[in-house]
Design a binder for this molecule. Structure first.
Ligand SMILES: *Cc1c(COP(=O)(O)O)cnc(C)c1O
Ligand SMILES: [Zn+2]
Length: 421
């Protein structure tokens, strides 16, 4: 195990700018910022990514209650705008486990959150912070799920929401959610990365509060995925999993899980050699993180052209790469790209176990299978795959991957005859 980059998480020096033991630190230059005085997303000195820091690192004993806010000792507030979220199942998949050939395979199904994706975990915290800083319009760029979550949590908080989507590249269920929850939906003639460029400009001009994962507080909520996995797996197996495999788009979750582990190491709850290996999976048509891991780069190079059926991870410029790349490297993890065919096959594998996921989610299982076949993942490993969004998010992809309906006459005897054919 290499250096986990723990400095600054131990909370031994609380800066003057801290508010109730919370502050923001630049991951590049270390400059500290007050958390809620001004609306800032990146470092005022060097434009680097910001990370929330706390006076105290959390212990498992601090956690009580249910869902995301069970982990409030690791969050900036005691409670937030909640629907409620988190507390998602860690499914057993015995047939898939045997087929893939690992000691334990569990599926953390984030599609079971209120709006059907893990984005709800980030929004319950992010919208609470928006209330704290006192803004009235929330905005995000989205491949779909962030907009659905923002629309729902914004509605719950009684705030105006604005979402920018790449025209024609968002799955039907997600647009429907954003629409019914009352977001103003702008369809941009460009890809997700262009949408994010525009919404960042709007935020910089003070037109809206940005709730993409560039906002460090979103990642605080998403850390709770890591806490839940470790708590549940340990309850069931008496140890922590060896590896967590997850789909990667903007690399927010990868960064958030890494931070959860570092905080538990800082509090002494987790030994460095117990930290699960973070293993990122991208689609072959949108794999800048895989490229950066293979070349040993500290940041990704932007892919201008991206394409994949897994629209949630159709991203060429992952904003959280500088946080996520050390997470993958320092935990001895890796990153791998899979084809759309492998993604659809994995979507069917999960469906056969009763677990319905959207294409991007199935990338985790597709990646596990590929790395297992290559011998990069051992047969003796305990693995948790993250499935990020629900099947109903993308009904078109599900119908394409599944069986076709069979037309039959309106008559029992003819239906029986058809069944016997
Ligand atoms: C947002 C999203 C992702 C990508 O997550 P990152 O944290 O941006 O890497 C993956 N799958 C689904 C279903 C998503 O909605
Ligand atoms: Zn800085």
């Amino acid at each position: 195990m290499t250096d986990l980059g723990l400095s600054g998480l131990k909370g031994d020096t609380v800066p003057d700018v801290a508010d109730d033991g919370v502050w923001l630190t630049c991951i590049e230059c270390g400059h500290v910022h007050p958390p809620f005085d001004d609306v800032i997303y990146t470092c005022e000195e060097c434009d680097g990514l910001l990370e929330a820091r706390y006076a105290d690192a959390p212990t498992f004993d601090d956690f009580e209650g249910r869902g995301v806010w069970r982990h409030s000792s690791a969050l900036p507030f005691e409670e937030g705008v909640t629907l409620p979220e988190g507390d998602t199942p860690l499914h057993y998949v015995p047939r898939l486990e045997e087929d893939v050939g690992v000691r334990n395979l569990r599926i953390k199904h984030e599609g079971m959150n209120p709006t059907g994706s893990f984005k709800d975990r980030g929004m319950t915290v992010g919208v609470r912070v928006a209330e704290e800083v006192g803004v009235d319009r929330l905005a995000c760029a989205s491949t779909g799920n962030t907009s659905a979550a923002l629309a729902a949590y914004g509605a719950r908080a009684g705030l105006e929401t604005l979402v920018l989507l790449p025209a024609g590249k968002v799955a039907a269920g997600k647009v429907a959610q954003a629409s019914l929850h009352g977001a103003r939906i702008l369809e941009v003639d460009g890809n997700f990365d262009s949408c994010l460029d525009i919404v960042q400009d709007l935020a910089d001009r003070g037109e809206a509060y940005l709730l993409n994962s560039l906002n460090p507080f979103r990642l605080e909520g998403q850390k709770t995925i890591g806490f839940e996995i470790l708590e549940r797996f340990h309850d069931d197996e008496g140890r922590f999993p060896d590896r967590i495999v997850l789909p990667v788009g903007n690399a927010g979750n990868t960064s958030a899980l890494y931070k959860a582990f570092r905080e538990l190491v800082a509090s002494g709850e987790l030994d460095e050699d117990q930290v699960p290996k973070l293993t990122g999976v991208q689609a072959e048509g949108a794999a800048p993180m895989v490229e950066a891991i293979e070349h040993g780069w500290d940041d990704t190079e932007r892919w201008d052209e991206v394409e994949t059926r897994a629209t949630a991870i159709r991203i060429g410029n992952p904003v959280n790469a500088p946080k996520a790349l050390p997470g993958i490297r320092n935990t001895d993890g890796t990153a791998v790209a899979v084809s759309d065919e492998q993604i659809t096959a994995a979507q069917r594998d999960l469906a056969e176990e009763g677990i319905g996921v959207e294409p991007a989610s199935a990338a985790s299982v597709a990646g596990l299978r590929k790395l297992r076949d290559q011998g990069e993942i051992g047969a003796d490993e305990d693995v948790v795959c993250l499935t990020t969004g629900h099947l109903l998010k993308d009904p078109d992809a599900a119908a394409e991957a599944g069986a076709d309906p069979e037309p039959v006459p309106n008559d029992t005897d003819e239906v029986l005859a058809h069944l016997q054919d």
